[in-house]
Design a protein around this ligand. Structure first.
Ligand code: FAD
Length: 521
């Protein structure tokens, strides 16, 4: 009997290092590579840069599949509804996909798996979004996610290096496999147009980071050629406000799965081979381990993207202040460094890690005393690399709510940026209204004498806002408030969160059991 198989692309928008796709090709006569535009995930709440990136990634994937005499079928609707139709219409026998640990995805996959069971469709999923099987890390740590990087490193050292990536399928792998395409293919299954995803060309800026596996691999190659740079890479030494990125900007490609983390890892290993190189946590290997670290937390800690009900998160009495939230989001805080970063985020969809530090600290414990969950939402919308686990984990870190507890170390919205950009060229690029300010006032334009403001053609309070808060004062007050939140936590739990090593996990559900084949005869 003809073996009809669907490989379901969700993240993992690539052909290289895609074990689930290779599993799809085993005993397969008809292959349907499918992507589903899911109204829950792909809607206009997602920032325009990310929607454009997705279109690019899908086009690129389709192009690569065509070279294998196949095509990408893009369907629209709730996955369980789409599959109900497809299982019957295409007489599907096997469904493969990459394992995804996000709560929404687990829930979705459980529904689809159950539907597959009812239609005698075998389901196979493989782990390739992360370097490790996250469940194994938790298991190795006694059923709890490690809460410190050190502990995490010790566990992964025990597990050994990550699995090596596997090659993309070749024409040879496809010689007995067909992808049947109907005449009305474009109409029924075409890649979404910008209009379909609500993109207006007038609102889009230059496409600095085009989506797709080919661009991901090109970008990776470009960086890996810089041997000395790779070997001496230390994250804290990179700059938040250089005019071109001082780190790899591979994050959007890893988030969408255009690049596999394990391919990145092993390319780095090749570059390091026989050379003196930096080490985790600051090296590039170290960055990929940070990613695994937060993924482990996201799998093992309940309510990971929330303060309430999250057992590792300090409970803080954050203010509700729509005016402050909007000023931060819309780059109107009156602090040029903060506003420039938020402008770059909105225009380009990517900002440097330390720039994320600066604006996250400013919004939360540093200045505005707004919940990290608010910041998380804005990043989720605007970041090209918006990732459920990494966003939540890093916001907790920056707000000193979990993982990092030195709340008395506050970033200055003035001094921090000056360290790497005295002239304020970064500010001038993203806030052209300030471009004529002399360097001594560019970080604090409100301090410039009236004549300087006139000469710069920018009057503070009229052309650019006054600072929303007095940093020196509010940051001191906020440190005090953090101290109280920590004291409350200690008296409640009788234990400092710093000492905690983790929390016990809930029992696994069916779809949380990775690598397991689900068969229905
Ligand atoms: P590089 O320095 O070149 O690092 C290589 C890769 O390592 C990155 O592409 C990324 O996959 C991983 N990595 C690096 N730093 C971290 C980190 N701190 N945590 C986890 N993984 C890391 N990253 C996201 O990918 N998605 C997010 O939604 C996200 N939200 C964040 C929110 C806040 C408040 C903060 C402070 C950081 C956030 N990060 C997030 C982490 C980090 O800032 C980005 O991964 C990094 O800046 C991406 O740029 P890059 O690819 O040039 O990184």
């Amino acid at each position: 009997m003809t073996q009809v198989c669907i490989h379901w692309f969700r993240k993992g928008l690539r052909l290289h290092d895609n074990p689930a796709l290779i599993a799809a090709l085993e005993d397969c006569k008809e292959l349907y590579p499918v992507f589903i535009l899911d109204p829950y995930l792909h809607n206009t709440q997602v920032g325009i840069n990310r929607r454009r990136f997705l279109i690019g990634a899908l086009k690129d994937l389709d192009c690569s599949l065509r070279k294998l005499n196949s095509r990408l079928f893009v369907l629209r609707g709730k996955p369980e509804d789409v599959f109900l139709k497809l299982f019957k219409e295409w007489k599907v026998r096997k469904l493969t996909y990459e394992y995804d640990t996000e709560p929404y995805s687990l829930n979705r996959d459980e529904k689809v798996t159950s539907l597959a069971g009812k239609h005698a469709v075998e389901v196979i999923y493989k782990i390739s979004h992360t370097l490790y099987n996250i469940e194994r890390i938790i298991e190795e740590n006694g059923g709890k996610p490690p809460l410190t990087y050190k502990r995490f490193q010790a566990i992964v050292q025990k597990l050994g290096p990550p699995k090596k990536p596997i090659s993309a399928p070749h024409l040879e792998n496809m010689k007995d496999v067909k992808t049947p395409c109907s005449e009305k293919f474009e109409e029924k299954y075409g890649i979404p147009t910008p209009e379909e995803l609500g993109l207006e060309s007038t609102s889009l800026g230059e496409e600095l980071f085009p989506g797709g596996e080919q661009e991901a691999l090109r970008r990776l190659d470009e960086h890996m050629k810089k041997t000395a740079w790779v070997c001496s890479f230390e994250k804290p030494q990179t700059s938040p406000n250089s005019l071109s990125p001082s780190t790899t900007v591979l994050s959007p490609y890893i988030t969408f799965g255009c690049l596999s983390a394990s391919t990145f890892w092993w390319r780095l290993t090749e570059v390091y081979q026989g050379r003196k190189h930096s080490d985790p946590p600051v090296s590039l290997h170290g960055q990929l381990l940070w990613r695994e670290f937060f993924y482990t937390g996201s799998v093992g800690i309940n309510n990971f993207n929330k303060m309430e009900g999250n057992p590792v998160c300090i409970q803080v009495d954050w203010d509700t202040n729509p005016e402050y939230s909007a000023a931060w989001r819309e780059a109107r805080t009156g602090f040029p460094f903060i506003d420039a970063i938020m402008t770059q985020l909105r225009q380009e969809g990517w900002i440097h890690h330390l720039a994320r530090h600066a604006v996250a600290c400013f919004l939360t414990r540093g200045d505005l005393w707004i919940s990290w969950e608010e910041g998380q939402k804005v990043f989720e919308e605007l970041l090209l690399d918006g990732d459920w686990a990494l966003n939540a984990g890093n916001w907790q870190w920056l707000s000193a709510s979990a993982f990092f507890h030195q709340f008395f170390r506050v970033y200055s919205p003035i001094a921090f940026g000056k360290k790497t950009d005295k002239n304020g060229d970064y500010i001038k690029k993203y806030l052209p209204v300030l471009k004529k300010f002399p360097p001594e006032y560019i970080y604090e334009p409100w301090k410039a004498p009236r004549c300087v403001q006139h000469a710069a053609g920018c009057i503070v309070g009229k052309d650019y806002p006054h600072p929303i808060v007095q940093h020196e004062q509010v940051s001191k007050k906020n440190i005090q408030r953090m101290k109280e939140a920590y004291a409350k936590r200690s008296s409640n739990s009788n234990e400092s969160p710093i000492k905690e090593q983790g929390v016990k996990r809930k029992a696994l559900s069916v779809s949380e059991m990775p690598q397991k084949k689900i068969r229905k005869e």
